[in-house]
Write a protein that binds this ligand. Structure first.
Ligand code: ZN
Length: 150
């Protein structure tokens, strides 16, 4: 099995058994996002500290394998991160998902999220993969507009 096959196995595993897939009691932020192109929808729950570090994170929702796997991997990756590091990871992953990844250097700092690096080749799936990340960014940048809807 090549690396593409290995990545596919991990995506299928996370899609079937998503991690942190539950409602989070006591969440300080709740963000709903929808990808109407595919029908994916998810609710992201975050328990943020006063300075925006991600104490705990969970999600619920339904959608395709890519959207579920991406959300599952995202929650694992950002749990425990300070706000700044979570935003840096968002930027890295967003760039990985939307542009051709050239060589290994482009994957530095994304860890297991590299399994999603092939998504940019499928424009119809990019929004599936970025959905959970957009929700994360909304939550982290929503400090002054708490409780309001977009
Ligand atoms: Zn999708």
């Amino acid at each position: 099995m090549g690396i593409a096959g290995l990545y596919q196995e991990m995506i299928i595993d996370h899609a079937k058994s998503p991690r942190n897939f539950r409602e989070l009691a006591g969440a300080t932020r709740t963000v709903d996002v929808v990808n109407s192109l595919c029908g994916d929808h998810l609710t992201l729950y975050l328990d943020l500290t006063a300075d925006g570090a991600v104490c705990d994170i969970a999600f619920e929702g339904d959608g395709c394998a890519i959207s579920r796997a991406s959300a599952s991997l995202m929650t694992m990756a950002v749990k425990g991160l300070p706000r700044g590091e979570a935003l840096t990871l968002f930027t890295r992953v967003h760039s990985m998902l939307t542009t051709e990844t050239v060589g290994e250097t482009a994957l530095v700092g994304v860890g297991k999220l590299a399994v999603l690096s092939g998504v940019w080749e499928y424009p119809g799936r990019v929004k599936c993969a970025t959905l959970a990340w957009q929700a994360l960014r909304n939550a982290l940048e929503d400090g002054d507009r708490r409780g309001e809807k977009e």
